[in-house]
Write a protein that binds this ligand. Structure first.
Ligand SMILES: Nc1ncnc2c1ncn2[C@@H]1O[C@H](COP(=O)(O)OP(=O)(O)OP(=O)(O)O)[C@@H](O)[C@H]1O
Length: 338
């Protein structure tokens, strides 16, 4: 399949969404290289970038409505999050040029990181291979798109209980202490760099009181005080923290990771284990494989949980429901087995 794909020329109209601020300004620096690379691959790129995430998302949605063969996002996990929100369930594939700070999704999907040319080669080859497969071939087997240079991965729909889908995410949703730190850091005005996270972490740890949760996983209820509740479709977040080391993005399951209410000292001892994923064997940590999870605040058991984040982006306050949609997003990549 790969040899055949290499001799095909990709054709098509692709939407391009680039975050100039990603990777501390790396996004802006690669803009010319990306546009030149797409043109050299014979692709007609429409720039759908915007001044902020919300504007870029609506421009990308409008561009998709006019007809695109793929959406290519350039940035970090926030841009993959944007891409998933725009293409999930549409059948339009997503190209990922990972030039962000953390790039957890790209790494977990085995895509290039900080290598624009290699990322664009995957976009070109994936689209070329896809163009060589007829619609009939593609729908003949459920593995068709994967063999054609698109890897179908699961995505997760987030809704208020009983409501419509409000967001999608690809990687990890969290409404525990890490989300509290993120939220606090985002509200700080100084220092301008990563120092805000350290200040926010110290502030959260200083007054830490476990959160109260009711978590309903495929109908089974867990109630208690907790430090962290994360819903993972892929393995890592926060730039390489292996929150759910066994999560696979295309296995049809979510991994819900719950850490019981921990005291500050215990928390500081468990935290380094996240780098190797060995926290999951700690008696205070449980992991469940499910397809659907509802997370509600339970104030009789602890403090009000923080607003939820997913793929590093701020979502909403609890209660929120996460439902796995198998193979909802096609990521442009090399043919499987190539
Ligand atoms: N023009 C823009 N388009 C899209 N997002 C933007 C823009 N300007 C600022 N942002 C913000 O940039 C943030 C981070 O984006 P992104 O994830 O692409 O980069 P990163 O933080 O460097 O990488 P990572 O998330 O992998 O650590 C997003 O939360 C988004 O709100």
């Amino acid at each position: 399949m790969e040899a055949a794909a290499a001799h095909r020329t990709a054709t098509g109209r692709v939407g391009l969404v680039l975050n100039p601020t990603s990777g501390r300004g790396r996004g802006a620096k690669v803009r010319e290289r990306v546009t030149a690379g797409l043109a050299a691959a014979g692709l007609d790129a429409v720039d759908l970038s915007g001044p902020d995430l919300a504007a870029a998302t609506s421009r990308a949605r409008a561009g998709l409505a006019q007809g695109l063969d793929a959406l290519v996002v350039v940035g970090g996990d926030g841009m993959v999050h944007l891409g998933a929100n725009v293409v999930a369930g549409t059948g339009v594939p997503l190209g990922i040029v990972a030039v962000g700070t953390g790039n957890d999704v790209a790494r977990d999907l085995g895509l290039p990181v900080h290598d624009v040319d290699a990322s664009l080669a995957l976009v070109r080859d994936g689209l070329a291979a896809l163009a060589g497969v007829t619609t009939a071939e593609r729908s003949a087997t459920s593995d068709g798109p994967a063999a054609a240079g698109v890897r179908m991965v699961d995505a997760v729909a987030v809704s208020r209980p009983g409501g419509p889908t409000e967001h999608w995410f690809m990687a990890v949703f969290s409404c525990g202490i890490d989300a509290a730190v993120n939220d606090r850091a985002n509200r700080m005005t100084w220092p301008a760099d990563g120092g805000r996270y350290v200040r926010a972490l110290l502030a959260e740890l200083g007054g830490f009181r476990p959160f109260g949760y009711r978590v309903t996983m495929d109908g089974e209820v867990w109630e208690g005080d907790g430090t962290l509740v994360a819903v993972a479709n892929t393995r890592s977040f926060g730039g390489g923290l292996l929150i759910a080391p066994d999560a696979e993005p295309d296995d049809g399951f979510l991994e819900v990771v719950i850490a019981d209410g921990l005291r500050r000292g215990q928390l500081l001892r468990i935290f380094p284990r996240l780098y190797r994923g060995t926290h999951v064997s700690h008696p205070a940590v449980q992991v469940r494989r499910v397809r659907s999870v509802l997370i509600e605040p339970l104030l009789s058991r602890g403090a009000a949980p923080p607003v939820a984040f997913a793929d590093g982006e701020r979502l909403d306050a609890l209660p929120l429901q996460c439902d796995l949609h198998p193979r909802a997003v096609g990521v442009l990549t090399r043919s499987l087995g190539a």
